[in-house]
Write a protein that binds this ligand. Structure first.
Ligand SMILES: *Cc1c(COP(=O)(O)O)cnc(C)c1O
Length: 396
């Protein structure tokens, strides 16, 4: 054997006795077969067998299995982002001529997908008031799928998932739920009869703002196999390196979420008492909108909430954000650092009317000391006061 050939040969390595706490990263496109016959019969290996890297390596199986278990489902499919999870969960059950109902408060890019790409496939997307069950019941006849997201993006309306599942069943519709805010640690839609649950693993699961991934989990084996096969045909898979990062993130997810939500509850309660704050949109806060449903159905919370300012303060929120020193300005959530995102609600609502100011301030609370976050928000609120005072001087 010549040197270059020799250098390409794998030497046999035993994994006997190698039992690690961590999940090994298996990177592969090609999977080898012992002989030509087993290659010819590779499709016999079934949906979870190893035939080609796109369909997953043992690293992928670890994460799929862990999420399936956390969700109390039967199969999980991994996708390159949370948005892909939402889009492909819908495409898995919708076909030309179908109608899907989405909450008015669904994730913005998912609204965009439903309004742009679904109609191009001959699928009708309609939006419903997330908290008006009677209105949903009136529109449910003939719908193939009812989508839910609880609490909703930006304004955090809680949806009554058990009641929505009951409506869907009465009308022969399936249900899908974007469960990113709660994560399966705090709410498990499949336990309530939901058919498909999507998660943006980019948020709490990954937990460090350094990856993008999504998952779809189902409770029905045939539906799971159909989605898995469809993702294969579309050529959609994820990198085992990213999977390993998500696996690492899950190890600390419960403590991160507990810490962030405890800090968020403290900050939300404090903000509610501050001048110029008209509402804090955070269902875990006693007395907040949606609190009863949250307390009934959820076992915990995320550190993500929104603040609504009065008319005097609202125009100055943008400028005052520059006073922040600990909290960074940026979208997303579930990472270690706190983030503030001024978010326009009005353009993202069509079935309901947003009557608040143009922007709400969405805060993603991280793992910093809550005292430092409160000090930072004190600086921000003082900057608003300064802007209001300066505006008054200018006017007079
Ligand atoms: C972030 C988010 C998504 C999308 O996740 P990406 O991985 O960023 O694509 C979907 N739904 C909700 C509720 C989200 O917050």
């Amino acid at each position: 054997m010549r040197e270059e050939t020799r250098s390409l040969r794998q030497v046999p390595v035993s994994i006997e006795g190698y039992d690690s706490l961590t999940v090994p990263v298996h990177r592969a496109s090609t999977i080898l077969y012992a002989d030509a016959d087993s290659f010819a019969r590779r499709s016999d290996r079934g949906a979870d067998g190893y035939v080609y890297g796109l369909y997953g390596t043992p690293t992928h199986r670890h994460l799929e299995g862990r999420i399936t278990d956390m969700q109390r489902g039967v199969r999980t499919v991994l996708l390159p982002s949370g948005q892909a999870a939402n889009a492909f969960a819908m495409l898995a059950v919708l076909k030309t001529g179908d109608r899907v109902l989405l909450p008015d408060t669904c994730y913005g890019p998912t609204r965009d997908f439903s309004q742009t790409d679904l109609p191009a496939l001959g699928i009708t997307a309609e939006f419903y008031d997330p908290t008006d069950l009677a209105a949903l019941e009136r529109r449910a006849a003939g719908a193939r799928l009812i989508w839910a997201e609880s609490p909703g993006s930006l304004t955090l309306e809680m949806q009554d998932i058990p009641a929505i599942v009951a409506i869907a069943r009465r009308h022969g519709a399936m249900t899908g739920c974007d469960n990113t805010w709660a994560s399966p640690l705090n709410f498990r839609p499949l336990d309530h009869g939901v058919d498909l649950v999507a998660e943006a693993l980019s948020k709490h699961f990954g937990g460090h703002s350094d990856l993008l991934m999504g998952s779809v989990t189902v409770a029905e084996p045939d539906l799971g196999l159909r989605i898995k096969a469809q993702m294969g045909r579309y050529g959609i898979g994820v990198s085992p390196d990213d999977v390993a990062l998500v696996m690492r993130g899950i190890e600390t997810m419960a403590v991160r979420m507990a810490r962030a939500s405890a800090s968020a509850l403290r900050l939300a309660g404090w903000l509610q008492e501050q001048p110029h704050v008209t509402r804090v949109l955070y269902p875990p806060l006693p007395g907040a909108e949606g609190h009863a449903i949250w307390a009934r159905d959820f076992q915990g919370a995320a550190g993500l909430f929104s603040v609504v300012f009065d008319e005097a303060a609202a125009p100055h929120v943008m400028a005052a954000l520059d006073a922040l020193r600990v909290i960074s300005i940026g979208a997303s959530f579930g990472g270690t650092r706190s983030l503030a995102a001024p978010s326009a609600v009005g353009p993202l609502r069509s079935a309901t009317r947003w009557s608040g100011p143009e922007f709400v301030l969405r805060l993603s609370v991280g793992l910093e000391a809550p005292e430092d976050l409160e000090d930072d928000l004190t600086r921000f609120l003082a900057a608003i006061e300064t802007c209001i005072a300066a505006g008054k001087i200018k006017k007079s």
